[in-house]
Write a protein that binds this ligand. Structure first.
Ligand code: GLP
Length: 243
């Protein structure tokens, strides 16, 4: 595991965008696995700037997102579909129809999940998967539990995650309680992984995920077994470890 220390959020966003840019330049027809949450927003802004300057071309790129709330219509501004369009897709030239997310509007969860696994297979797997980190060490929406769930599945969000996401909704009752998420095997199959993490409130999660035992109680800890992981973290997120 390669831990890249960033001065602050701005520096983190630039460094993460550098790594994604390198991927797109070296393999213009790559598959990018993308993430939502507040942490990657700065990275997406950097990518948009580089595209606008003419330094990056997404014409050959395909994207697959990690997760989506179950039951939120796409036009709801808290759906991950909306988020991705707002923060990235509508500002760059990824071809129409080449950006995929789990279908949160599909009520049949088994169908939503098997369809998504098929899509990931059909696009040839993920070259570079971007990840954020939840306070309890979750990646995508793989919450702490007794096992690592392998494939895309439907999850019931933990109280902690629902509370963390409450800030985006009018009230806690409006926060969706379920989501579709890539599983741990799906994530671990990505050829490269880039995890971004910022802030002192994530320091404990960083310590538990990358310097503690590998356990499904801290889902990100499995990344210790992946052969090509880069963690870009700011000073605050690294404050409990000596990287
Ligand atoms: C949500 C997303 C995760 C994300 C996490 C952390 O739960 N499903 O993919 O990593 O939030 O978000 P943030 O970056 O806002 O702390």
């Amino acid at each position: 595991m390669n831990i890249v220390r960033a001065k602050d959020y701005e520096d983190l966003s630039r460094k993460a965008a550098n790594i994604i840019s390198a991927q797109v330049i070296l393999k213009p027809d790559c598959v990018l696995g993308l993430a939502t949450g507040s942490t990657p927003i700065g990275t997406y802004q950097q990518l948009v700037e580089r595209y606008k300057k003419g330094d990056l071309d997404f014409a050959g790129v395909t994207t697959v997102n990690l997760d989506e709330y179950r039951g939120l219509p796409r036009e709801n501004d808290q759906s991950y579909y909306y988020f991705m369009h707002d923060n990235l897709f509508s500002h760059v030239n990824i071809p129409e129809g080449r950006s995929f997310l789990p279908d949160g509007t599909e009520p049949d969860s088994e169908k939503a999940c098997t369809d998504y696994e098929r899509i990931i297979r059909e696009v040839g797997g993920v070259d570079l998967q971007l990840l954020g980190l939840g306070h309890n060490g979750h990646i995508g929406f793989n919450e702490p539990g007794p096992v690592f769930e392998a494939d895309t599945h439907c999850v019931r969000l933990t109280e902690q995650t629902i509370k963390a996401n409450q800030r985006f909704f009018a009230s806690i009752d409006d926060v969706p309680k379920e989501a579709y998420t890539m599983g741990i095997k799906t994530i671990m199959h990505a050829r490269k992984i880039l995890l971004v993490v910022s802030g002192e409130d994530k320091a404990e999660a960083v310590k538990n995920s990358f310097f503690g035992p590998i356990t499904p109680q801290v889902q990100a800890s499995i990344l210790q077994l992946h052969k090509d992981v880069t963690v870009v973290a700011d000073e605050a997120a690294l404050s409990l470890i000596n990287a």
